[in-house]
Write a protein that binds this ligand. Structure first.
Ligand code: HEM
Length: 282
């Protein structure tokens, strides 16, 4: 039993799962790559800063991947992907923990400085609250906690949405002049949020995916325009005009392309699933 609990590459029935094993490798790869580059002195003049940035980036990516599991199950009719949700969520929390640890190392283990910086700097305070929240979700993600908390477990784990908003805010605030990557992450979150707002019976429809491929880029462009207007004083209309120029390749364009690719994959899977049934009917 204990073996099944800790052997996270196995599914519920205790069988080796290639999907979970692949996800575990994907989770370990970025951290390993960053550490190897650190060991090879390949991270420039401020290697710890690079590690802080790298670990922060991967925390956000795995967090968004965790939120994408339910939509992918419905849209791609892929039930087994659910096996990955807990793993990705705990993985994101581990990267967040490493990110914090690296910050402490950067502050030469001076915990008093760490604490005062967190209290004094708004973006660090937000990061800290997010980290505490992600840690709480990771700890209570086990079957035992799920049974113990029953209905309250679901309510608790829905906190992942406001925590992702906080994580994105932390990302924007620390990005300084160029928020391109943060805007792209916000665009992915917008797609995921719109998908959840759609009525359940519409969530797997192609028309819904088409609407999302238009709505999510629009929201991305608006977030980018609003951020530049509020944080830098650049006119929102200028940013929105840049978003209308495909050669500028703003994050909204990338979100539209990504949503379009997902739409195409979903359509292809539907066609592939229908074909054998037709063949049987003939
Ligand atoms: C106590 C908690 C945290 C602290 C002290 C912290 C600290 C930092 C610091 C110092 C930076 C770099 C800022 C700079 O170079 O000026 C950073 C960047 C970042 N952090 Fe955090 N952070 C915390 C929690 C989090 C959490 C929970 C997440 C995600 C869920 C996160 C995601 C990021 C991201 C995405 C970046 C930007 C990386 C990049 O630009 O490449 N952080 N954080």
């Amino acid at each position: 039993m204990a073996m099944t609990n800790w052997a996270i590459w196995r599914d519920h029935s205790g069988r080796l799962s290639a999907l979970k094993l692949a996800a575990l490798v994907v989770l370990l790869l970025p951290g390993t790559y960053l550490l190897l580059r650190y060991a090879a002195h390949d991270l420039g003049g401020r290697p710890i800063t690079e590690l802080i940035h790298g670990s922060g980036d991967w925390t956000i990516r795995f967090l968004l991947a965790t939120l994408a599991v339910t939509p992918l199950r419905a849209v791609l009719d892929w039930p087994r992907v659910v096996l990955l949700r807990r793993m990705l969520g705990v993985g994101a929390a581990c990267y967040a923990g490493a990110h914090f640890l690296l910050y402490i190392i950067d502050q030469k283990w001076n915990l008093l400085t760490v604490a005062s910086e967190i209290v004094l700097r708004f973006y660090l305070a937000i990061g800290f609250v997010t980290l505490l929240g992600l840690a709480a979700l990771a700890i209570t993600s086990t079957d035992g906690w799920q049974k113990r908390l029953r209905q309250r477990w679901k309510a608790l784990h829905r906190l992942v949405f406001p925590l992702t908003v906080l994580a994105l805010f932390h990302y924007f605030l620390q990005s300084k002049a160029d928020v391109t990557n943060a805007v792209f992450a916000a665009g992915v979150f917008a797609w995921l949020g719109f998908w959840r707002l759609a009525p359940r019976r519409w969530q797997a429809r192609m028309t819904t995916l088409l609407a999302l491929a238009l709505l999510a880029p629009l929201a991305t462009a608006l977030v980018e325009g609003a951020w530049y207007a509020l944080a830098t004083g650049v006119r929102a209309s200028r940013v929105l005009m840049a978003n209308l120029d495909p050669s500028m390749m703003r994050p909204s364009t990338e979100i539209m392309i990504s949503a379009g690719v997902l739409l195409a994959v979903a359509a292809a899977r539907r066609v592939a699933k229908r074909r054998p049934r037709r063949a049987l009917a003939l």
